[in-house]
Design a protein around this ligand. Structure first.
Ligand code: SF4
Length: 224
């Protein structure tokens, strides 16, 4: 069984790109980002979720580029095609990378939007910075990505967070906040306190209003 972390990191990253990831980074698995509870919208109950087992200390975080031309059609349905393809790619690539790691003799758990928050993991893995609009901004694709991740007990060498000037630019820009039709993006300075129950309070950042975003999105998709 291969075990050199540097060599294994090189191999796993190469495999992720071969499987179809647009970019890949590694971070230590920070358990603050893992979902602790599941919410049932029918019963309004919260139930605890089983933890990721001990020994899973690495996360492989992958970006999946969405088509530029189709994303420009948002909020028309062309954008839906790019988003749907992004979700399908996430599922295929994350499952394939997890399978590859299991074939090497280690354990691996693939996930998409489920199981843990993707954006802080992508930030930890050096794939981009958080923007005012609540999305990851990447050096190569901007915010036009979906994110998947694979948790593993294979020892890997983590990447470092990067600074590409997003915080500075968002501090003086604010165009997305002015243009947002749902008025869900903050026009104010970053804070530690979120706006609604859906925010993950206690982190210094721009908080979006997820309820406003979702209400606008639902009304748009189902105007009748
Ligand atoms: S503030 Fe400007 S740079 Fe930052 S996410 Fe919004 S539009 Fe993009």
């Amino acid at each position: 069984m291969l075990s050199d972390p540097g060599e294994m990191t090189r191999i796993v990253k190469k495999a992720a790109l071969y499987m179809g990831a647009s970019a890949v980074g590694i971070c230590k698995l920070d358990r603050r980002w893992i979902y602790s509870h599941r919410f049932d919208p029918r019963s309004l109950d919260h139930s605890a979720i089983d933890n990721i087992p001990d020994g899973f200390e690495s996360a492989i975080v992958m970006l999946h580029e969405m088509d530029y031309t189709l994303m420009r059609t948002a909020p028309a349905y062309g954008e839906n095609a790019a988003t749907g393809r992004g979700y399908s790619t996430m599922a295929y690539v994350a499952a394939s990378v997890a399978h590859f790691i299991r074939d090497l003799g280690y354990e691996a758990i693939p996930c998409g939007n489920d199981t843990a928050l993707s954006i802080p993991m992508a930030v930890d893995a050096g794939l981009g910075e958080l923007g005012r609009h609540g999305l990851l901004i990447t050096p190569r694709f901007g915010p036009r990505v979906r994110i998947s991740k694979v948790f593993t007990n294979l020892a890997l060498v983590p990447d470092k967070p990067i600074e590409i000037g997003v915080r500075e630019m968002c501090g003086v820009c604010g165009k997305c906040a002015k243009a947002c039709p749902g008025q869900a993006i903050s026009v104010d300075k970053p804070t530690m306190q979120g706006l609604t129950i859906s925010n993950n309070h206690g982190i210094y950042k721009w908080y979006i209003n997820p309820e406003k975003c979702f209400q606008f999105y639902v009304a748009l998709r189902d105007p009748f």
